[in-house]
Design a protein around this ligand. Sequence first.
Ligand SMILES: Cc1ncc(C[n+]2csc(CCOP(=O)(O)OP(=O)(O)O)c2C)c(N)n1
Ligand SMILES: CC(=O)[C@@H](O)[C@H](O)COP(=O)(O)O
Ligand SMILES: [Mg+2]
Length: 633
Amino acid sequence: MSALLPTITGPADLHKLSDEQLQQLTREIREELVRVLTTRPAHFASNLGVVELTLALHMTFDFSKDRLIWDTGHQVYPHKLVTGRYDRFHTIRTRGGLMGFPHPGESPYDLFMTGHAGCSVSTVSGLKAADDLMGNGDRKAVAVIGDGALPSGIVFEALNNIGGLNQDLLVVLNDNKMSICPRTGGLGQYLDQCRITGLYQGGKRQINRVLGNIPVLGEMAHSALEQVRDGLKAFFKDGMLFEEMGFRYFGPVDGHDLPGLRKILRDLKGQKGPILLHVFTNKGHGIPEAAADPVTYHTPPVFEEMGPNGTIKSFRKSSAKAYTDLISAGIHAAMAADPKVAVLTAAMCQGNKLEQVRTDFPDRFFDVGICESHAVAFAAGMAKAGMKPVVDIYSTFLQRSFDQIFQEVCLQNLPVVFAMDRAGLTGPEGPTHHGTFDVPYMRLFPNMTAMAPGDEADAVPMLNFALGHPGPIGMRYPKTNIDRVERSGEAAPIELGKAEVIDWGEDGCFVAFGTLLSTCVAAAAKLREEGLHVGVVNARFVKPLDRETILRAVETLPVVVTVEEGTIEGGFGSAVLEAANAAGLDARNVVRCGIPDRFIEHGDRGELLATLGLNADGLADAVRKHREALRPV
Ligand SMILES: Cc1ncc(C[n+]2csc(CCOP(=O)(O)OP(=O)(O)O)c2C)c(N)n1
Ligand SMILES: CC(=O)[C@@H](O)[C@H](O)COP(=O)(O)O
Ligand SMILES: [Mg+2]
C-alpha cells in the first residue's frame, strides 16, 4: 500500500480517505512517531494515545475557523502531522525546526503556544465568548484535556464559569488513567467510577430511546422515566460532578474507535450548552512497549535498536549523573536521617527522580497532581505544623505558585525548601519550559533566601543547608549533567550569604551564580592563554548577596562579569548592580551575562547557551570587549 501520510496537506484531505485508509493512516502516524524517537527524545506515549481522537476531531470540525485547544500541548504531534507539517516533522524539537508544543507561528491551527497544563478550558471559553460577541457565534469551540491536567484548580475555575455562562462549548476529557506517572487523588477515583457497567449503559440507552419518543408518552410517565434515568446516573456517578456544574456529560466512549468517535462528535457538534465528552484512551496505544510502560515512554530516551516489525529493543544508555540525581538522592538521605523531612511533587515524580523516595517513604511523599499552587500552600501548612517540607518542582512550573510563595510561605516566614529543578535552559522543550525567571521572583519577597550550587560539590551540602535553615529558602539547579570545578583544596562549606572564591585575578573576575561556574573557569583559562588573569567567584547566594566579596571585586578590579543561566532582568547581575549602587560604587565595570529579555526558542541546551554568549568563548569575549571599550582612543 502506498503511503497516505505524505498526501495529507491539511485536514480537508482526510475526507478523501475511506474507513480502511483512515485505519492505515493511524498506523502511519504511529510509525512516524516511532521514527522521530530513533533520532531524539520526544513526547511519545501521549501522542500515540490521541491518534484516532485527532483524526475524528479534524474530520468533524473545521478548525480553520472553529477553535481547538489541546491542553498542555505535549500531545499535538498527530495534530501537526495532519495540519500541513508532515514534511517538516523530522525537525521537531531541534533548533529552527518544529516545536514540540503548539506554536501559532507554525500554523493557524495552533492558537496558543502552550506547554503548561490546565488552561485549555479557560482559553477556549474566552475564545467562544469573544466569537459570540463579535458576530462569529457559528464557530465551534473545543478543548481537549487529559485526566492528569483535569485536577488543576484553574480547570475548575473555568468549568464553573462556563456552567454559569451556559456557553456552547465542548470539553473532551481524554482519560488514559495516567498523568506522567499514574494519576493521584480523588478525582481520578471518581473518573474510574464513571467506567460504568454495560448493564447501566444499556439501561440508559433504552430509557433515552423511550424518552426520545415523547409524543407517545404521557407527561407523568415521561417525568418518571427521567427520574429513573437521573437516579441511575447519580447511583453510578455517571458524570454527575460535571452535570452539577452545568455541563451535559456524555460517555465514556472508546477513544480508539475512530468511526464511533466520529459519530458521537457529529451528534454533539450541533448541540447547545456546555458539553463534556469523556473519552477513554490508552497512553501508548499501538506500540505494546509504550502501552505497557507509559511512564518510561512519556518522553523516552532515543530508541537505539529496533526489533522486527518496528518493535523497540533498547534505549540509548547514559551513565552520566544529572543534578536531579544528586538532589533526589540527597532528599532520600535527608528523609532517612530525619523523620520531619517530607517531599512534595506536583505530578513530576519521574522527572524529579523521586521514585525511590516514593517507594521508601510513602507517608512523607506527596504527589499532589498538577496543582503547583496547592503544593506550595500545602507545604506551608506542613512547615507551620513543624515538618520540613521540600517542594521539589521545575522552575517553570513554580511560576504557578507565585502568590502562595508570597502569602503562605514568605509572609509567614515558614521554613519551606524549594528544590527548583530545570532552572535555566531546558533545551528541546523551549520557551514554555525554560526555567529562566525564578531568580527575580524568588529574590523579590522578604524573608526568602535564594541560592544556586556552582557544581557537584555544592549541590547536596546546599540542600542540607536549606533543610537546616529557619525560613523560606530556594535552590535552583539545571537540567544537565553534573560537573565539578577544580579547587585548590576542599570546597568551602556553605554559609548563609557567603560566596566562594575559586581564584582571585587582578585583571578581572567572573562572578557566577549557579552552574555556569565551570564555563567561567573554562573562559578564565582561555584568557589566561592571552596573558590575562581573570578570577572566578562562585556566588552561591543571590539573596542575601555576599556584598563583602562581590563589592570588593567591583571596587578593585577593572572588569566584573556576572554570569547566570536566567534572565538578566532583575536577576543575579541586577542584584550586584543594586548592591554596588547602594554602596555608592561606580559599577561601569560590571558586565551582566545572562538570558536577554526575550523568550528563548527550543534547541539543544549547549547550542542555545552558545548563541547567547553563555559558553566559554562568549564569556571570554565579554571580558575582551569590555577591555576594548576602556582602551583610550
Ligand atoms: C503546570 C504544569 N505542571 C506540570 C506539567 C508537566 N506535565 C506535562 S504532561 C503531564 C501529564 C499530563 O497528563 P494528562 O493531561 O493526563 O496527559 P497524558 O500525557 O496522559 O495524555 C505533566 C505532569 C506541565 N506541563 N504543566
Ligand atoms: C509536557 C511536559 O511538561 C513534560 O513532559 C516535560 O516536557 C518533561 O520535561 P523533562 O523531560 O525535562 O522532564
Ligand atoms: Mg492522562
